[in-house]
Design a protein around this ligand. Structure first.
Ligand SMILES: *Cc1c(COP(=O)(O)O)cnc(C)c1O
Length: 403
């Protein structure tokens, strides 16, 4: 019997001792009554901030009409969302799922079926990259390839060959007769805001074309405006065959999507994949409302302007605090601060200043403000970062003096 358990939530998360009552825009109100500047956006999910009036209205209207009917029936609003996503991208078809991992799982299945339907079931392997994050289902974990996350879950799902990022020779060496595709994030979020060169992506495209492989971009984190374009592949100038989306797609309502060209999706036939909840009316209403706002003229120009402003200000904080920070990374509003102190200490010090941020690999702290963030909030975040750095510098100096 468990005696000391104060919580019945499965203890898989190291949660901060903090909870919230409400939110508005870039701000959260804690159960402690304090106001917090939210530069986590629920891990790149609330791209339009908390309680955006258009999203609230759309979801309230849908909630009063119809919640769920399953995929046994037609989905006019789902058709509309899929058509809009295809209209904005390279894709011809969309499958709706409920999370990022499911969207990537679907992408993996699309790639395998593509080759199987052409009589090449032996081509099922995908090249993946060190530092990647693709989700926590058994297949997406195998694609992620992190020993820490795989431990204790039995043999990893077969079919993933991991190579170092930004090393085209390693990719070429990993390709064999069983290779079906290449799976990569346009910019690694969880892995520490690491972006391979655009030349690397162009080379991947070329290799895929030469070998008849499908190129899959996992845009679960980078998609829906996070890097300053609706999809990050547009910024890179390299078009994938398959793309996964999730996080910001529903603005906080769970929905994922796998997008593919007609060619790439040619192996998917009735019954070959499915989902009970995927693309249900509530999720689709939320995502259509997100697109309404993001597709307004000037939305991404504004995001890019805010990105530039924030990055400039952050760079000067890095210059003033070389004992705490060493680098600003990232694109759009997916920004990483490479820390000199343990990144967890910085996240903690920022939380004390009531600025919420997210850790990432490579000792990086991610700043993920909502895309609707304003100049005043950017200034405020930088002031709070300064104070946290002062505090950490002070603590460091004290520790050194004591030694
Ligand atoms: C968050 C993330 C996932 C997993 O999404 P979940 O909704 O947590 O399953 C997959 N890929 C990338 C790139 C992500 O950032």
């Amino acid at each position: 019997m468990i005696t000391a358990a104060a919580s019945h939530l499965l203890p898989v998360f190291a949660r901060a001792d903090l909870s919230f009552e409400s939110g508005e825009g870039a701000w959260l109100v804690g159960s402690d009554g304090e106001r917090y500047l939210d530069f986590t956006s629920g891990v790149a999910v609330n791209a339009l901030g908390h309680c955006h009036p258009h999203l609230v209205a759309a979801l309230q209207a849908q909630a009063a009409k119809l919640w769920h009917v399953s995929n046994l029936f037609k989905s006019p609003d789902g058709e509309r969302l899929a058509a809009r996503l295809c209209g904005q991208s390279f894709a011809d078809f969309v499958f709706f799922a409920n999370s990022g991992a499911e969207a990537v799982e679907c992408a993996i299945k699309v790639v395998r079926r593509y080759h199987a339907s052409r009589g090449h079931a032996e081509r099922y392997r995908m090249v993946t990259f060190e530092g990647a994050f693709h989700g926590r289902t058994l297949a997406t974990l195998a694609a992620t390839g992190s020993a820490k996350y795989l431990e204790g879950y039995g043999p990893p799902v077969d079919g993933f060959d991991q190579v170092p990022l930004d090393n085209i020779d390693a990719v070429k060496k990993a390709i064999g007769p069983a290779t079906a595709g290449i799976l990569i994030e346009p910019l690694q979020g969880e892995g520490g805001v690491r972006e391979p060169s655009h030349a690397f992506f162009r080379a991947l495209r070329q290799i895929c074309d030469e070998h008849g492989l499908l190129l899959v971009f996992d845009e679960v984190q980078t998609g829906m405006g996070r890097t300053g374009e609706l999809f990050a592949y547009k910024r890179i100038g390299v078009t994938p065959d398959v793309m996964s989306l999730a996080k910001a797609l529903g603005g906080g309502f769970p929905i994922g999507a796998c997008l593919a060209t007609a060619e790439a999706a040619s192996g998917m036939t009735p019954g070959s994949h499915g989902s009970t909840f995927g693309g249900n009316p509530l999720a689709v209403a939320a995502a259509n409302a997100v697109l309404d706002v993001m597709l307004e003229p000037g939305f991404f120009e504004r995001t890019r302007k805010m990105s530039l402003l924030l990055k400039q200000k952050l760079a000067s904080v890095v210059d003033r605090h070389p004992d705490v920070l060493s680098e600003v990374r990232g694109e759009g509003l997916l920004i990483g601060l490479k820390a000199v102190v343990p990144s967890g200490d910085l996240v903690g010090a920022l939380r004390e200043e009531k600025l919420l941020t997210v850790g990432a690999g490579d000792n990086v702290v991610r700043l993920l403000p909502p895309l609707i963030v304003g100049e005043t909030e950017i200034d405020e975040s930088v002031r709070r970062l300064e104070r946290a750095c002062d505090r950490l510098s002070g603590a460091r100096a004290k520790k050194e003096a004591a030694q």
